[in-house]
Ligand binder design. Structure first.
Ligand code: GLU
Length: 447
């Protein structure tokens, strides 16, 4: 079979088997759309049917999470952990608590995580987990009881050399703290079972900022290579979680103007530049909606709906909210409005046709698995510090993060060039991420 036919056959098989897992199939299709030239160069992967192995999770756990709400009612949610690939190290990836969570979404996230983690150059495999639990509007006590119940089952399946979860949407320091406390109660004190821990107990300095900072560092290296800088650039940022907040912070530090943020109901456009202290107060301290930003800063604009439906002139777009937030029509609008760089702080925020449109238009499209790898990279640095029983300074962590992001940018750029697809960082990220995993799988005799 030619490499092209092999890739097609694998895609067709998965569509047949997992036809209802739309997000997972989207992530696989995106990956498969780029790997044919690599397989042509390396027939050993097809000879060992490696793509079939790679697209099948090693292990997939689903469990019941019962918890009691403040009224004393029993509630039940679904919990999951997907241990997708352990060729490069223990499964590593976040936990997402959001009502949209299902098997398809977690499989897409775990699949992406394999290549993202590979690109960091650090010894971590790929996994993801979470629950359809909605933290919005829940009391601290409810969050705690839910986390304790979730960990009561999860504790059986994780460990520093097995699987090391962290945060994602809906899971931050508070939730990691409760999850950690429950693990300790069930087993023993073991810092290495989770990352994203609060800095008071074994967390890494700089982890909260890492995904947002890292995405901005990625773009900074891209700009520098093209003899350009952030100076005076207008940047559209979506989301208002820790990725968006710290992307905005680093953008401001590097001289750019971040002019937007959003949550699930609406968008703030603040042409004077986002007031970061106000945003942090609203989101990190008070846990309020963005309407509170408008109330405190009447000169800003608040509109309901998606940021990507607002026609705002900008140089750079950084989607930092969630999957599939930018479709083809919105991608066209962004290009029309002057956007030359799209860097994904979220996972798979652009649909495949939107991503392909950006690339075809010569936009520097930086896919999430490369641009947002800074979060998991600093998680891996947290694991190193925990093993050493040492804490590195914030400056040391930040310098390593910048070095890692530079390396990922250069790897994506150079791999794309090597395959005759200059500036196609999607292809570069997929092939470079895959090459390491595939080699490890072959060397470990998994086929
Ligand atoms: N959830 C983050 C991601 O999408 C971080 C995972 C981790 O730190 O393990 O990469």
């Amino acid at each position: 079979m030619t490499a092209k036919d092999y890739v097609k056959a694998i895609g067709a098989q998965l569509h047949e088997k997992d036809g209802n897992q739309t997000e997972f199939l989207q992530a696989v299709d995106e990956f498969l759309s780029t790997v044919t030239p690599f397989l042509e160069k390396h027939p050993e992967y097809e000879a060992n049917n490696l793509l079939a192995l790679l697209t099948e999770p090693e292990r997939l756990l689903q469990f019941r999470v019962p918890w009691q709400d403040d009224e004393g009612q029993w509630q039940v949610n679904r919990g999951y952990r997907i241990q997708f690939n352990s060729a490069l190290g223990p499964y590593k990836g976040g936990l997402r608590f959001h009502p949209s969570v299902n098997l398809s979404i977690l499989k897409f996230l775990a699949f992406e995580q394999i290549f993202k983690n590979s690109l960091t150059g650090l010894p971590i495999g790929g996994g993801k987990g979470g629950s359809d639990f909605d933290p919005k509007g829940k009391s601290d006590g409810e969050i705690m009881r839910f986390c304790q119940s979730f960990m009561t089952e999860l504790a059986k399946h994780i460990g520093p050399n097995l699987d090391v979860p962290a945060g994602d949407i809906g899971v931050g320091g508070r939730e990691i703290g409760y999850l950690f406390g429950q693990y300790k109660r069930l087993r023993q004190y073991d810092a290495g079972i989770l990352t994203g821990k609060p800095v008071d107990f074994w967390g890494s300095l700089g982890r909260t900022e890492a995904t947002g900072y890292g995405a901005v560092y990625f773009v900074n290296h891209l700009l520098a290579y093209n003899k350009d800088s952030f100076d005076g650039k207008h940047v559209l940022v979506s989301g208002s979680g820790n990725v968006a907040i710290y992307a905005i912070e680093k953008l401001q530090q590097l001289g750019a103007k971040a002019i937007s943020c959003s949550d699930s109901t609406g968008v703030i456009i603040d042409e004077a530049g986002i007031d970061l202290e106000l945003l942090k107060e609203i989101k990190e301290v008070k846990r309020e909606r963005l309407t509170a930003y408008k109330e405190a800063r009447p000169e800003a604009t608040y509109v309901e709906g998606s940021l990507w439906d607002q026609a705002v002139a900008a140089d750079i777009a950084m989607p930092c909210a969630t999957q599939n937030e930018i479709n083809l029509a919105q991608a066209k609008e962004l290009v029309k409005n002057g956007v030359k760089i799209v860097a994904e702080g979220a996972n798979m925020p652009a649909t495949l046709d939107a991503a392909e449109y950006f690339i075809a238009q010569g936009v520097h499209y930086c896919p999430g698995k490369a641009a947002n790898a800074g979060g998991v990279a600093v998680s891996a640095l947290e694991m190193s510090q925990n093993s050493q029983r040492l804490t590195w300074t914030k400056e040391e962590v930040d310098q390593r993060l910048d070095d890692i992001m530079k390396n990922i940018y250069e790897t994506c750029r150079d791999t794309a060039l090597e395959y005759g697809a200059e500036n196609n960082y999607m292809l570069g990220a997929n092939i470079a991420g895959f090459a390491k995993v595939a080699n490890a799988m072959l060397q470990q005799g998994l086929v």
